[in-house]
Design a protein around this ligand. Sequence first.
Ligand code: GLN
Length: 481
Amino acid sequence: MTGEAKPTAAGVRADLAAKKISARELTGKYYARIERENPHWNAFLALSPDRAFAQADRIDRLVARGEELPPLAGLPLAVKDVLATRGVPTTCGSRILENYRPPYDATAVERLEQAGAIVLGKTNCDEFAMGSSNENSAYGPVRNPAAPDRVPGGSSGGSAAAVAAGLAVAALGTDTGGSVRQPGAFCGIPALMPTYGRVSRYGLIAFASSLDRVGPMATTVGDVAALLGAIAGQDPRDATSAPVPVPHYTKELSQPISGLRIGVPNEYFGEGMDAEVRKKVEAGIALLEGLGCRRVALEMPHTDYAIATYYLIATAEASSNLARYDGVRYGLRIPADTLAGMYRKTRGAGFGPEVKRRIMLGTYALSTGYYEAYYLKAQKARALIARDFQQAFEKADLLVTPTSPVPAFRLGERTADPLAMYLADIYTVTGSLAGVPGISVPCGRTGLGLPVGLQIFGPHFGESRVLQLAHAFERAGGASL
Ligand code: GLN
């Protein structure tokens, strides 16, 4: 959608209020575009027109009565397929849930609808959110709208591609080790992982429960803030959601950032980093200094252990979370003569290779005799990584790093080598383990036109500051560095 101003939530709401277009017409326009262009991107797996048009009509009735419109009125929204949507297929990108239609909505989806958003459909993702390229989906890979021969990142690749290709104005993703931020970086859109506990996980189908978070993706930081405002806050249906008051992110967005201390950890500029990514991120930091921020060099000595720690904890939790797919209660069932045979056949046919690899790794790490050597040690390393963040935030208000060491890679380029794929998460999993919030915001493009992401971490529940810096960066031209 080059040349046009980016569609935003505020713009949609203003157009509806001014009766330039009705919510029904707008929704129809997006569905027409999806029908035309989605076969090329494979971003959407299922559409929910009945639900979308019913919501559009509710909004149009408010307009007709001259009532005040809710903050996200008419917003065309895409939802990652690991979030439960009542009556609408929710597959987690897996064959094992191919025909699953949940009887309830995830809290984040419910809250966005209450705020006026229109759920267009469900987006493609790596199976059970396990992946960094969207190539682990049972329903085929997604193409990156910025470079169609390349991956959109993962696991929320469909959500990122839908927004980047203009098939939705905003989207929900989920982030366990980078899955909102990294596809945001690869597709060139802002994308936020909130603090663990900031947004309810109710209805987020579990991958690794101590790490999973729901996060907004949009075309502008302002929209990311508006979506966060709608989904944040305690939920009695998720005991890990925190009773911490929710600030008015949108109102606080333009607060001055001059004088902020931005920490730049040495460990995030190590080996294996693409030279162009380094150059763009350095230019991004210089831009922030030009806006009056003070650069503080930092050390976060346990960063090196993050990938190993993450892949132990995440796989251990996944192995127990995925035990529920047994062919008995819901999802795929392959009959067999014995119960154990049915489990085996169902799980053998229903899960893809990456999910099986993770279940085996996780089961191994948790087994008697290995628990202390692997899982317990990983928990200790996690505490040290969290302490690195705590100490960093004594010296700096926010941390600035690259989101990913490389820009979007070619489809198929890393599929044969799981370790190379896991290393793509090197700068994102740290914040996941520490529970802190982080955003990826567009930071120029490489010579080939591939988007680069600048990652900003804040202390627990410090989303407002994170958004302020990202917003100032965006306004100062960060995306075209
Ligand atoms: N790429 C990481 C993984 O494969 C993170 C995935 C995620 O955040 N859901 O586990």
